[in-house]
Write a protein that binds this ligand. Structure first.
Ligand code: HEM
Length: 409
C-alpha cells in the first residue's frame, strides 16, 4: 500500500519528471479516487484515477464535454480565437461526428500502406546510421522518424517539411521544458506564439494545395462539406494542427519509453528478441506502460453525482490514463512490464467517441520499429542517463543514448 505523499498536486511537473507519479496515483486510487486537485494558483479540477471511473467518464460525452480541449489550461486556445467545436478533439456531437467522418477518409487502409512504406524506409536508414556510428540518441536520431514517415503519408509533405513540423509541435508540447525554448515569458504567450508559427506552416501548405488538392489530409479537408458548406480556413488549420499534435510526439515518445523499459529489463528484451511473434503484444504493453498521453480534460456540462462525489456544472474533470493503466483491479501485477500481458485493455488511446483516430497508424509505426530492430540483430544497451520531458500531459523521453554492445545478442 502506497503511503500518502504530503500534498498531491497533479500539476507538479517535477513529480512526473522524477518518475514519482505512480505512488501518488496508487494512493489516490485506493483512498480518494475522485480527487479534487487544488493548484497553487487557487484553481481546482477533479482527477479520476480508477480504470472504471475513467472509462465511465470517457463514455459519457453528454455530461463530460471535450469543448475545452484535452489539455488543462486550454492549450489550443487563446482569448480571441478558439478551437472549441472546430477541432476534432475539442468538439462535441453532433459536430464531432461530422468532423470525424471527414477525418476518417484520411485514416484509411490506403494511407496506412503509405505510412508503412515511409516509416519502414526511414527507420531502416536511421538504424543503419546507428549501426555505423556504434550507437545513437534514440530519442532524437531514431524515434522521430516514426512521425516523419506518418506525416509524409498523411499530409503529402517532404521529409524536410515533416521534420520542420515535428520541431514545431515538439516545442508546443514541451512549452514547459527549457530544452525547447526560453521559459522567461508567460506560458500562454509562448504557447500562442508557437501555435501561430504552426498555423503559418499550415497556411502556406493549404494555400499551395488549393488549386490541385490531392487525396491526403489537406485535400480531404479542402473538399469537405458540412451541410453543403466548406470548412472555413481556421477549421482546416485547426484540424491539421490536431493531427500533427496528436501524432507527432505521442508515437515517438512511446517508442522511447518502450525502448527504455526493454533496456531496463534485459529478460524482457531477450524474450522479445527470441520471440518475434510477441512484437504486437509488446507494443500493447509499451503503450500501457508509457501512457504517453497522461490525461485528457473534460468539462462537466451539468451537476452530476460521480462515484460518491458531487461534480458541479462547469467543473474541470481530468481522466488519468496513466493511473487507470496501472489499476490492479484490471491489470494484475500492474507495476510489472510484461510483454506477454493478455488481456491488455490499456487506455492509452482513450476510449469512447474521441478514441484516438490515429491508433492503427501508431500501432503500425511502433511495430515496424521493433521488427526492424529485431531484424538488425544488434545487442543494445543504455549509454547514458535518459532525460524526461518537463510535462504532466505528455510523458516523454527527450534523450536516450544507446550503444550497440559488442558480441551481438
Ligand atoms: C502512441 C501514440 C498515440 C497515443 C498514445 C495517442 C493518444 C490519444 C488519446 C488519448 C486520444 C483521445 C483524446 C480525448 O479523448 O480527448 C487521441 C485522440 C486523437 N489522436 Fe491520438 N494518440 C497517438 C497517436 C496518434 C497518431 C499517430 C495520430 C495521427 C496521425 C493521432 C491523432 C489523433 C487525433 C486527430 C485525435 C482526436 C480524435 C477525436 O477527437 O475524435 N494520434 N489520441
Amino acid at each position: 500500500m502506497a503511503t500518502r505523499p504530503e500534498v498531491i498536486d497533479l500539476t507538479d511537473v517535477d513529480m512526473f519528471v522524477r518518475d514519482e507519479h505512480h505512488d501518488a496515483f496508487s494512493w489516490l486510487r485506493a483512498n480518494d479516487p475522485v480527487y479534487l486537485n487544488r493548484t497553487v494558483d487557487g484553481d481546482a479540477f477533479w482527477a479520476l484515477t480508477r480504470y472504471r471511473d475513467v472509462v465511465s467518464a470517457y463514455g459519457d460525452h453528454t455530461t463530460f464535454s471535450s469543448s475545452g480541449g484535452a489539455m488543462l489550461g486550454g492549450s489550443f486556445r487563446n482569448e480571441t480565437d478558439t478551437a472549441s467545436g472546430r477541432m476534432l478533439v475539442a468538439s462535441d456531437p453532433p459536430r464531432h461526428r461530422l468532423l470525424r467522418q471527414i477525418m476518417h477518409q484520411v485514416f484509411s487502409p490506403a494511407t496506412g500502406e503509405r505510412v508503412q512504406e515511409h516509416v519502414r524506409s526511414l527507420v531502416e536508414k536511421a538504424l543503419s546510421r546507428m549501426e555505423k556510428n556504434g550507437g545513437a540518441d534514440f530519442a532524437t536520431d531514431v524515434a522521430p522518424e516514426l512521425p516523419a514517415g506518418a506525416l509524409m503519408a498523411i499530409m503529402g509533405v517532404s521529409y524536410e517539411e515533416a521534420h520542420h513540423l515535428i520541431g514545431l509541435t515538439r516545442r508546443m508540447l514541451g512549452y514547459r521544458d527549457p530544452a525547447f525554448g526560453d521559459l522567461g515569458s508567460d506560458e500562454r504567450v509562448r504557447l500562442a506564439e508557437i501555435q501561430a508559427e504552426i498555423f503559418e506552416f499550415f497556411d502556406d501548405l493549404v494555400r499551395s494545395r488549393r488549386r490541385a488538392p490531392g487525396d491526403d489530409l489537406i485535400g480531404v479537408l479542402l473538399r469537405a462539406r458540412i451541410n453543403a458548406r466548406p470548412l472555413d480556413d481556421e477549421e482546416i488549420l485547426y484540424n491539421c494542427l490536431n493531427v500533427a499534435v496528436g501524432g507527432n510526439e505521442t508515437s515517438s515518445y512511446s517508442a522511447c519509453s518502450g525502448m527504455l523499459a526493454l533496456l531496463n529489463d534485459p529478460a524482457q528484451l531477450r524474450l522479445l528478441w527470441k520471440t518475434p511473434d510477441l512484437v504486437d503484444s509488446a507494443v500493447g504493453e509499451i503503450l500501457r506502460w508509457s501512457s504517453t498521453n497522461a490525461y485528457v480534460q473534460r468539462v462537466a456540462l451539468r451537476d452530476v453525482e460521480f462515484a460518491g462525489k458531487h461534480i458541479g456544472a462547469g467543473d474541470v474533470v481530468t481522466l488519468w490514463n496513466v493511473s487507470a493503466n496501472r489499476d490492479e483491479d484490471v491489470f494484475p501485477r500492474a507495476d510489472r512490464f510484461d510483454i506477454e500481458r493478455r488481456p491488455n485493455r490499456h487506455l492509452s488511446y482513450g476510449s469512447g467517441i474521441h478514441r484516438c483516430i490515429g491508433a492503427v497508424f501508431a500501432q503500425l509505426e511502433l511495430s515496424i520499429l521493433f521488427r526492424c530492430l529485431l531484424d538488425q540483430g544488434a545487442a543494445l544497451e543504455l549509454a547514458g542517463e535518459p532525460e524526461r520531458l518537463r510535462s504532466n500531459f505528455i510523458l516523454g523521453i527527450t534523450r536516450l543514448p544507446i550503444r550497440l554492445a559488442g558480441g551481438g545478442r
